[in-house]
Write a protein that binds this ligand. Structure first.
Ligand SMILES: Nc1ncnc2c1ncn2[C@@H]1O[C@H](COP(=O)(O)OP(=O)(O)OP(=O)(O)O)[C@@H](O)[C@H]1O
Ligand SMILES: [Mg+2]
Length: 276
């Protein structure tokens, strides 16, 4: 996937889904290790006590824990460079953790590579380079379904129902779409595998407030439809409004954790992250 202007100017620009070598990338030669057992009382997804960084570099995450319950929305917020995207990549298997584990739906998947995590039910929309701009919208969705060998037409119709704009533009090159429509295509692409967990890194980056509200509505609909959502969001206030669980990360550590309501009522969180 190559760059797209709408995302060019913010956040982590490491293009890590495509870079062939720097660590934190999807290395297709990396074999998965064995799947272990989950633990009693686990949430649907938990990245627990994750410590690790990129390649042989310093640790970016320090004992960081992120979890999502079935049917809920969990959000990660925090300042630029706090490690939000790194936490998502760690959960998705793009970093080798030095400590901690990732468990999904009763299984320990810490040793799985990203491709096998997709097979295990993860759908991931990275912060950047999350569509193929030169392919049509429909081709993007077909690419999204790469792990499936059954009939994908029903899923495509469901995605079109969820995002009518995506249906309208299906024959158009994805790169020609507006920022908001591209984000819809990116989310749609991730849904094509019929994931059991949807992970979104800043899905509303670079879109207007109206489009942002629409995207939030769709994400809430997805979660209420039974698909748990873990998302990073730069609009902290809106994010906490819709969050069942919210995580504030600072310098790779859990700074605050609670329900969206709890964190919005927390004096320090308000002062530091919500502008008073
Ligand atoms: N591929 C990489 N290789 C080495 N260091 C990286 C890489 N990607 C990110 N980092 C470093 O990890 C730290 C956390 O970055 P990360 O992208 O996870 O932050 P973030 O919270 O997602 O920030 P933003 O809000 O800007 O998206 C930063 O110091 C960053 O420079
Ligand atoms: Mg980021």
């Amino acid at each position: 996937m190559s760059g797209s202007d709408a995302f060019a100017n913010r956040g982590n620009r490491d293009a890590s889904v495509v870079n062939p070598r720097p660590s934190g990338t999807i290395d297709s030669t990396r074999r998965s290790g064995p799947v272990g057992e989950g633990r009693a009382g686990d949430p649907f997804l938990i990245g627990e006590a994750m410590t690790g960084g990129y390649g042989t570099g310093p640790d970016i995450l320090h004992d960081c824990t992120i979890a999502v319950e079935q049917g809920e929305i969990a959000v990660i917020v925090g300042p630029n460079g706090a490690g939000k995207s790194t936490a998502m990549k760690a959960v998705f298997g793009m970093l080798d953790l030095r400590q901690g584990s990732v468990r999904l739906n009763g299984r320990d998947i810490t040793a799985l590579n990203p491709q096998d995590r997709v097979k295990a039910g993860m759908g991931f929309v990275p912060q950047v380079n999350n569509i193929f701009p030169s392919l049509t919208v429909q081709e993007n969705l077909e690419m999204g379904a790469f792990i499936r060998d059954d009939d994908i037409s029903e899923t495509m119709e469901q995605v079109f129902d969820l995002f009518p704009a995506v249906a309208d533009k299906r024959k158009q090159a994805a790169g020609e779409l507006s920022g908001g429509q591209r984000q819809q295509v990116a989310v749609s692409r991730a849904l094509m595998t019929r994931p059991s967990l949807l992970m979104l890194d800043e899905p509303t980056a670079g879109v207007s407030p109206i489009v942002m509200d629409e995207l939030f509505d769709r994400i809430i609909a997805i979660a209420r439809g039974g698909l748990p959502v873990l998302m990073v969001e730069q609009n902290a206030r809106q994010a906490m409004n819709i969050a069942d669980k919210a995580y504030v990360l600072v310098q790779g550590r859990n700074a605050h954790t609670g329900t969206g309501k709890e964190l919005m009522a927390n004096e320090e969180v308000r002062r530091t992250f919500l502008g008073g």
